[in-house]
Structures are given as structure tokens and as C-alpha cells.
Write a protein that binds this ligand. Structure first.
Ligand SMILES: [Zn+2]
Length: 252
């Protein structure tokens, strides 16, 4: 680290849990974020400001006026621009050191395999079940930690699936794939703006902890928050031995 980096990251370096060594791990890390909307915005901004070396952002959407109430990586002047390019510009302003790869595409499962293979950690900031299930399968196969977040109306949740551990539960253990899953998009139901900030920031926090080697993450637990009452709960999540995804994608 040069003098400017030592200053930029000094408040992390001061933390004994991170220190110089942990900060260097952040600088060397490669993180994949799927979705540059409500959750992806705060996650991407905090990961960029924290000095993650390489961040790949993947989203096929463009910035719309209705996004700006909560998708804080985007600016009014960015309306009509690709979300990944809009977020990239904001992240670059925060931290010109970060290498940010902007992919304006809706990744198929085979494409996700390519992207996840080169990433150390993956953040699911998507807004649809097909992507969530694909990411879950791919991260399980490639044994990459997955930090999954979701938010609608006033309700949010986050969990870490650390597939480096063989007994780790998966997203489909929590929400079986065959379950009738209603698409719960913000465009239909509404979403409280700071809630996506809370969950997306928590996703960034869990990612930084995983990279720095801090082992008190949400792995094996789901945290839910109701932003109306500000009640938070953590529920222990165990692997479902009947989960067809775990059964078909694991060798153990
Ligand atoms: Zn499972």
C-alpha cells in the first residue's frame, strides 16, 4: 500500500479485526455483484469505498426516474444510461483505485458460471427468483460464498451461504425451487427506500468480513428485518437433506 492508500483506508487499518493484513486482502479481492439496483447500489458503493480491488457489476437495465427514490448509485443526470455504467461512474468518483468491470447483460446460467468462476465472493442483489436459483446452483457447484439479500415493502432479509463448507445449507433449502414463487417486484408492491440501503449495506459488511477472514458472519443464519417496527430476528438455517438442489449438485 502506498501512503495515499494507508490514509484512505486508515479507519479500517485501525480496527484490529482488519488491520493492514485484512485491508490488503480487500485490495486483492475480486467480487461479483449481480444487480445494480436498490441492493446493488449501496453494496457496490461500500465495497468500492472499502478498497475491494476488482468489482464486477452485472445488470441489463437502464436508469429510470422511478429508480432514483432508492437506488443511490444513480443520479438524476444518469436517467436513460445503463445502470452498470451509471454505478461505475459513481463508484469511480468515490474511489478511483477500484477496478470496476461493468457488464450490461442479463446473465444466463452458463454465463454466471464463467463470472462466478473468477470471483472470490458473489452478492445476489437481483430482483427475481430465476436469477436467485441460478446463482445458488452455480455458487454451490463452484464452492463460492454467496451473500444473498432481498427487500420488498418494509421487509428485508439477508443470509450468507458459504459453499466452501460442505455442510452449508443453500438458498433452495430455505425457498424450495418448486415452490409457487410469486414475483415480488418493487414495481408492483413498493419498497421503503432506506430498507434497500440497510440490506445492501449489510451485504457489503458480510462480504468484507468474509474476505478479511472474520468468522462471525451470517453463514448458517438468516437475518430478517421489519423496517416498520425495526424488529430484527436471526433464524438458524440448517441444510435440508431432502433439498433436490443440494442432493444433485453436491458430491459429498
Ligand atoms: Zn439446498
Amino acid at each position: 500500500m502506498n501512503d495515499s492508500q494507508l490514509l484512505r483506508y486508515s479507519r479500517h487499518i485501525l480496527l484490529p479485526e482488519i488491520g493492514i493484513e485484512g485491508q490488503q486482502k480487500l485490495l486483492d479481492a475480486n467480487v461479483l455483484i449481480i444487480g445494480a439496483g436498490g441492493l446493488g447500489s449501496p453494496a457496490a458503493l461500500f465495497l468500492a469505498s472499502s478498497g475491494i480491488g476488482t468489482i464486477t457489476l452485472c445488470d441489463d437495465d437502464t436508469v429510470d426516474l422511478t429508480n432514483l427514490q432508492r437506488q443511490i448509485a444513480h443520479r438524476t443526470s444518469h436517467i436513460g444510461k445503463a445502470k452498470v455504467l451509471s454505478a461505475q461512474a459513481t463508484m469511480f468518483e468515490l474511489n478511483p483505485d477500484a477496478k470496476i468491470i461493468a457488464l450490461q447483460e442479463r446473465a444466463t446460467e452458463s454465463r454466471l458460471e464463467q463470472l462466478v468462476a473468477v470471483a472470490d465472493i458473489v452478492l445476489d442483489c437481483s430482483d427475481n427468483f430465476p436469477t436467485r436459483y441460478s446463482l445458488n446452483r452455480v455458487c454451490m457447484q463452484l464452492q463460492k460464498p454467496l451473500v444473498s439479500g432481498a427487500a420488498t415493502r418494509f421487509e428485508g432479509q439477508i443470509s450468507v451461504f458459504d459453499f466452501r463448507h460442505a455442510d452449508c445449507p443453500c438458498y433452495a433449502c430455505l425457498y424450495p425451487e418448486q415452490m409457487e414463487s410469486e414475483e415480488t417486484r418493487c414495481s408492483m408492491l413498493g419498497v421503503f427506500a432506506p430498507l434497500v440501503g440497510i440490506i445492501g449495506s449489510m451485504q457489503a459488511a458480510e462480504t468484507l468480513k468474509l474476505i478479511a477472514g472474520i468468522d462471525t458472519t451470517l453463514a448458517g443464519r438468516v437475518l430478517t428485518i421489519n423496517a416498520l417496527t425495526m424488529e430484527m430476528r436471526t433464524i438458524k438455517l440448517v441444510r435440508d437433506n431432502q433439498c433436490p438442489v443440494c442432493v444433485s449438485h453436491r458430491t459429498n
